[in-house]
Design a protein around this ligand. Structure first.
Ligand code: FAD
Length: 366
């Protein structure tokens, strides 16, 4: 393997080299956890992009992060998706953890020695229609307490945790009986934490996504990141959900499928016009994404997401159509892109995005 340098910017040739390696590993991954790809990303300093300089980070701007994520997702969606969950957890730890907690966890996470991930969907988009919370918290012990005894007892489950079986720490949330919520960093080594075997998925099975179950887990206050408060995901610092990166990953994957179509069109002129049309649309999405990241408003973020979902589905299917029956054989990337594109219909889809997806599928325009 080629030696990797720390990547200094999204235009650094070292990022292009990393992407080449990730794409090659992805072809061989066969739906397995991309341990080597993640190791290469850690060595190249990818986790550091997301943290402030005083915490050992490189403090990349949102635009630079999105530009890099466009490239990474075109190379390997599985690895890039896993990174979004790991860096989501890392950012919350960085923004809301105590100095002691950060000192204990950040260096090993940045180096790739330890892995952290996110399990917050039950506070945002999963199981919201059920009567009770998926994960319950109680204040531990009788009040008043000595500081060292303060903490919470957790019971229930976090239904979707990417890379759960590989995680040393899961940033998750729970609800108290009065409706207030807490956001915590949960070490998976604690007694009472159990990880389900990963679900077999339509695509991205290599993300080893599964539920984490908690039975009478005693968590010291030291691990509290935010709360107790109402709607912790909307209010807590470092807890922002959604954002533009989901769209960036969809647009990046679409770009990869279009590149395939462009490659084929060199020998098959009938593919040139659809390839060019998709490329024009994808380029506009890239510029709208980056404009939104600097605070301009070419469109709303949820509109961008709906358009990103639309193009990734169409571009992946166009690549499959161009690859014909050969593309429908397991192992050809066009089939994988189609399965991966479907993920954007269910990943982190708040109600307006879901409504827009369904209107698009029903052929209803607004
Ligand atoms: C591969 C994968 C990886 C993921 N990784 C992560 C991760 O790392 N971290 C994270 O936090 N999240 C993750 N998610 C979660 C994701 O972002 C969404 O939260 C999740 O896809 C929501 O789906 P759900 O089935 O849980 O939704 P739910 O809303 O719970 O729907 C479940 C079922 O309930 C029924 N239902 C839904 N709404 C209603 C209603 N109003 N009334 C009656 N019945 C209803 C439907 O039949 C539906 O099939 C992941 C998801 C996937 C698929």
């Amino acid at each position: 393997m080629e030696r990797l340098n720390i990547i200094a910017s999204p235009d650094d040739p070292a990022l292009a080299r990393l992407c080449t390696q990730l794409a090659a590993l992805e072809e061989m991954a066969d739906d397995r956890w991309p341990a080597e790809s993640l190791r290469l990303c850690a060595v190249a300093g990818v986790y550091r992009w997301f943290l402030p300089v005083e915490q050992g980070g490189l403090a990349w701007s949102e635009v630079d992060l999105l530009r890099a994520q466009l490239k990474l997702s075109a190379a390997s969606l599985a690895t890039t998706f896993i990174l979004t969950q790991a860096t989501g957890a890392l950012k919350r730890l960085s923004a809301a953890g105590s100095d002691e907690l950060r000192a204990e966890w950040l260096p090993a996470i940045l180096s790739g020695e330890r892995f952290c991930t996110l399990g917050i969907s039950h506070l945002t988009t999963s199981r919201r229609h059920l009567a009770g919370p998926a994960l319950r918290a109680e204040v531990a012990g009788a009040l008043p307490q000595a500081p060292e005894d303060r903490g919470f007892v957790l019971d229930g489950l976090s239904p979707w945790v990417t890379g759960a079986a590989h995680a040393d720490l899961v940033v998750t949330g729970a609800e108290l009986s009065d409706g207030r919520q807490i956001l915590v960093a949960l070490p998976t080594a604690l007694s009472g934490v159990e990880v389900d075997p990963p679900a077999r998925l339509v695509g991205l099975s290599g993300s080893d996504t599964g539920a984490v179950r908690l039975k009478d887990v005693k968590l010291a206050e030291h691990y509290l990141l935010a709360g107790p408060m109402e709607n912790v995901m909307q209010t807590a610092s470092g807890a922002k959900t959604g954002g533009l990166q989901t769209s960036a990953l969809a647009i990046g994957l679409a770009g990869r499928a279009i590149e395939f179509l462009e490659g084929e069109s060199a020998r098959r002129p009938e593919l040139a016009e659809p390839a060019a049309g998709l490329r024009r649309e994808q380029s506009l999405l890239v510029s709208d994404l980056l404009a939104l990241a600097v605070g301009e408003e070419p469109c709303r973020a949820d509109e961008l997401r709906a358009r990103a979902n639309s193009i990734v589905l169409r571009a992946a299917q166009a690549a499959l159509a161009a690859a014909k029956g050969t593309g429908y054989v397991v192992g050809h990337p066009a089939g994988r892109w189609c399965r991966e594109a479907l993920f954007f219909l269910v990943w982190s889809c708040p109600a307006p995005v879901m409504a827009a997806n369904l209107c698009e599928l029903a052929g209803i325009s607004d």
